[in-house]
Ligand binder design. Structure first.
Ligand code: CA
Length: 242
């Protein structure tokens, strides 16, 4: 456990008491404090008042549903949100709604996996904060491992050129700009290749495979594109510091 985790406070919005308390136990074991809201009615007000480091939010809630809560919080706050959904099939629909959630877990999920996701998001935030501070000080070495140069259409990893094709570059640049955000294949086609009408969902898998191969030539640790089962992909900077 490092010092940062001790200071993290999480709000859990979950109406199943047993699940809520299991999540709380795991967060406590990981050194974080948390509080449970067992219905949705006053969740937005409470979240904004507490200003936690992260929110774990169930979709199906009495009082006010999780999607509405997510939208209302997101309208005024950047607090990271992990949405719990009941079905994997629901994920695609949720992604299409552009709710602004940072990650998704499907019930039944392992509390250990949830805590790992929580830590990943919070560490990424701290890293981005450090990076922006370092960049403000013009300290090049503290910046990320992946660098995207949109003017030159060039991507480097740990200082080495990835030699991406145009489409591989467009795809990686899109993922890179929204770290941790999960994109469906259809969204990737639409957003990464807006001018190409001949790109189909399955082509995304091929491009991702090729990008991963090029990354692995530079580093075995370069697992920066996460596959989200049944949904699509997200960009995750490797946590090489831990
Ligand atoms: Ca529920």
């Amino acid at each position: 456990m490092n010092d940062h985790e001790k200071g993290w406070h999480i709000v859990i919005v979950e109406d199943e008491p047993s699940l809520a308390s299991i999540i709380q136990d795991y967060l406590t074991q990981a050194g974080m404090t948390s509080e449970i809201l067992n219905e949705g009615r006053h969740a937005v007000e409470r979240i904004l008042a507490v200003d936690p480091d992260l929110v774990v939010l169930d979709v199906m809630l009495p009082g006010k549903d999780g999607l509405t809560i997510c939208r209302e919080v997101r309208a005024v706050s950047d607090v990271p949100i992990i949405l719990e959904t009941a079905r994997v099939e629901e994920l695609d629909r949720l992604l299409g709604l552009e709710l602004g959630a940072d990650d998704y877990v499907c019930k039944p999920f392992s509390p250990r996996e949830l805590v790992a996701r929580v830590k990943a998001i919070l560490r990424r935030q701290e890293r981005l904060l450090r990076q922006s501070q370092a960049e403000a000080q013009d300290d090049d070495t503290a910046a990320g491992y992946l660098r995207i140069d949109e003017e030159r259409w060039a991507a480097t990893y740990m200082g080495k050129d990835l030699s991406l094709t145009r489409r591989e570059f467009q795809l990686l640049a899109l993922l890179f700009k929204r770290p941790g955000r999960v994109f469906s294949r259809a969204q990737l086609v639409e957003l990464a290749f807006p001018d190409d009408s001949d790109v189909f969902d399955r082509v995304i898998d091929t491009h991702v495979k090729n990008i991963r191969t090029k990354l692995r030539k530079i580093s075995d640790e370069a697992d920066i594109i996460r596959s989200v089962y049944g949904v699509g992909y997200s960009y995750e900077e490797p946590d090489l510091a831990s």
